[in-house]
Each structure stands twice: as structure tokens, then as C-alpha cells.
Ligand binder design. Structure first.
Ligand code: SF4
Ligand code: SF4
Ligand code: FES
Length: 201
């Protein structure tokens, strides 16, 4: 077993466990968006980032593996501020809280974030072409990449651009989903936390 401290409490962990797994077992709630047990950890959202003594940058709890004698703070001022700023970006990117998922709204409420202090040009609000079975609404997408991890054909959903211009594309040539190898299995819909991907009504 490995000994480490989380929020000044001595805890024991198994080698290979992540900070998120160990903290969760201790009853410590760390917010997550892109993480989902069973899916490859892509660690793109960073909302789970925690402070580790000796590290200048915050580390994602969902993919950082425990090490002996680590000292971790999951709810320090630095981590809370980072999460607030991140949520502000998400809110700004979506033009407000209204289109965001209940989970994101709950995190924002917990952290006292009601609006963004800045404005981001929304580059990608049009409903992009899905297929007869799958609908994609980019204004709801939080770019967590869960759908990319879940799709068994890794060529179907891709991430393009960075920052405010980030968006999902379909197929090798950014075609409607119906023109890709999509098998309409629905796995991407099942893992999408925001409702951006849904079954056609
Ligand atoms: S429906 Fe299935 S095959 Fe199509 S994009 Fe979603 S996960 Fe991939
Ligand atoms: S469509 Fe859903 S699962 Fe895919 S990146 Fe956007 S929010 Fe995440
Ligand atoms: S939940 Fe850890 S980086 Fe997204």
C-alpha cells in the first residue's frame, strides 16, 4: 500500500490508483466532466485539477496516479479559483448557463459562479449535420471528448481547433455524420454529459 495525505489526512492507496479514486473512496467530492469510469482518461476538461505539494501546476486528479508521501489539496483556494475560471469559460463559450447541463450548472452553483466576466465569440452554434439517428447540438457541447473515447471507430468523431474555436468534426473530411462510418450504435449519446449528442426525436 501507498501512504499519502489528502487534505492533511493520512490515507492508504493501492499502487496504480488515481487521486480521484482515492479521494472518492474517502468521501471527498472532486468535480469531473470528461472522466467516466471505463473510458480512456483523456483529461481534457481539467475541472478535477488538484494541488500537489512540490508541483507548480495543478494536476488532474482523474489521471494522476498516487505516489508515496504525496501531499494533495483538493479544495484549496488555488484549485477552487481554477475551477471557477474554467466554469466561467464554459459559460462564456455557451453564452450563459441556460444551455448547459444540470451537472455543469450544479458545479457553477456550488462554486458561486453565476455568469462569466468576459465574452467569447461563439464560433459554432449552428446545429451541425448529424444523421437520421444522431443529433449534434454544438451549443451544448463542452468538448469533454467522452464521445470520441466511446466511439469504437476512432475515425468518426474528431476534435478540431483549440480555445474558443474548438469544435467536433465528423469523419476524415468534416462531413455530416451520416456520411461517415457511424453505425448509429448510440454509444456516444450514452456518455455525453451535456445533451449535445442525442437521439433524433
Ligand atoms: S453512434 Fe456509435 S458509431 Fe456513431 S458516432 Fe456515436 S459512438 Fe460512433
Ligand atoms: S458531444 Fe457530448 S460527449 Fe462529445 S465532446 Fe461534446 S459534450 Fe462531450
Ligand atoms: S475530469 Fe479530470 S480532466 Fe476532466
Amino acid at each position: 500500500m501507498i501512504s499519502l495525505k489528502i487534505n492533511k489526512q493520512l490515507v492508504q492507496a493501492k499502487p496504480g490508483q488515481t487521486l480521484l479514486q482515492v479521494a472518492t473512496k474517502q468521501g471527498i467530492e472532486i468535480p469531473t466532466l470528461c472522466h467516466l469510469p471505463g473510458l480512456e482518461a483523456r483529461s481534457v476538461c481539467r475541472i478535477c485539477s488538484v494541488e500537489v505539494k512540490g508541483q507548480s501546476r495543478l494536476l488532474p486528479a482523474c489521471s494522476t496516479v498516487v505516489e508515496p508521501n504525496m501531499e494533495v489539496e483538493t479544495h484549496s483556494q488555488k484549485t477552487l479559483h481554477a475551477r471557477q475560471v474554467l466554469l466561467e469559460f464554459i459559460i462564456a463559450e455557451h453564452g450563459g448557463l441556460a444551455t448547459l447541463s444540470p451537472q455543469v450548472r450544479a458545479y457553477a452553483q456550488t462554486l458561486g459562479v453565476t455568469e462569466a466576466r468576459f465574452y467569447l465569440q461563439q464560433s459554432n452554434t449552428a446545429v451541425r449535420n448529424g444523421s437520421d439517428y444522431i443529433r449534434y447540438q454544438p451549443d451544448k457541447c463542452i468538448h469533454c471528448d467522452r464521445c470520441i473515447s466511446a466511439c469504437r471507430d476512432q475515425r468518426v468523431i474528431n476534435r478540431a481547433n483549440r480555445g474558443a474555436a474548438i469544435r467536433l468534426t465528423f469523419g476524415a473530411n468534416d462531413t455530416p455524420l451520416a456520411q461517415t462510418n457511424c453505425s448509429s450504435c448510440g454509444d456516444c449519446v450514452a456518455v455525453c454529459p451535456s445533451g449535445a449528442l442525442s437521439e433524433q426525436g
